[in-house]
Design a protein around this ligand. Structure first.
Ligand SMILES: [Fe+2]
Ligand SMILES: [Fe+2]
Length: 200
């Protein structure tokens, strides 16, 4: 049988970009090794989150002209947030923040409180975005009104999340390395692996 190959002629498909990382199993070997260094893993995970946010935005102009590809890329990114994204938030809220909470300056405590409030704010928008995404999938063709709803929620989500990530990258590694012992970092690493169904 002659294998079906994709030629370079379909530029529109490539522009939407369904990355290979969107399509493979959520836990990769490379991720297991970075989980040995939990603070660095959180920062690395931010880069993956940023990629999925960019995909959620990138599909917006294509819901009309490349509907199926746009819906597929949107769903793939939302699946990432349902798995890796929720593990990442749990890593911070359940494994990291409680361990550093009583060793922070007043300013740092306020900073962590703000991060937790942003997690909740982002989750509230995700709930609305998932609902609109499900309706977009049912629409044939996608209605402009629904696309506008998606775009507004998506842009709000991206603004909140990008600012949140920038703030965490700027302060969390420094705070974590300052107040946590090697033994505590190892415990956090074990919890993060268990959360992903991996052997610590
Ligand atoms: Fe966070
Ligand atoms: Fe984070």
């Amino acid at each position: 049988m002659t294998p079906v190959t994709r030629t370079g002629g379909n530029r529109g498909y490539d522009e939407i970009v369904i990355r290979p990382a969107d399509l493979i199993a959520p836990v990769q070997f490379a991720e297991k090794t970075t989980l040995d260094h939990p603070l660095e893993h959180l920062t690395a995970c931010h880069r993956r989150i940023e990629e999925r946010l960019a995909t959620l935005e990138r599909v917006i102009p294509h819901f009309i002209d490349k509907r199926d590809e746009a819906i597929s890329a949107m769903e793939s990114s939302l699946r990432f947030f349902d798995t890796n994204g929720s593990w990442h938030t749990a890593d911070e809220e359940e494994s990291l923040f409680p361990r550093i909470a009583d060793r922070l300056t007043g300013d740092e405590r306020g900073f962590i409180d703000k991060l937790e409030a942003e997690h909740q704010e982002a989750e509230n928008i995700f709930t609305k975005l998932r609902a609109v995404a499900a309706k977009l999938k049912e629409d044939t063709p996608c209605s402009q009104e629904r696309i506008d709803q998606y775009a507004a929620l998506c842009r709000t989500l991206c603004t909140i999340y990008r600012g949140h990530i920038q703030a965490e990258d700027a302060r969390i590694p420094e705070i974590g390395h300052r107040v946590l012992s090697e033994a505590e970092l190892e415990l956090i690493s074990q919890e993060m692996k268990l959360r992903r169904g991996l052997q610590p």
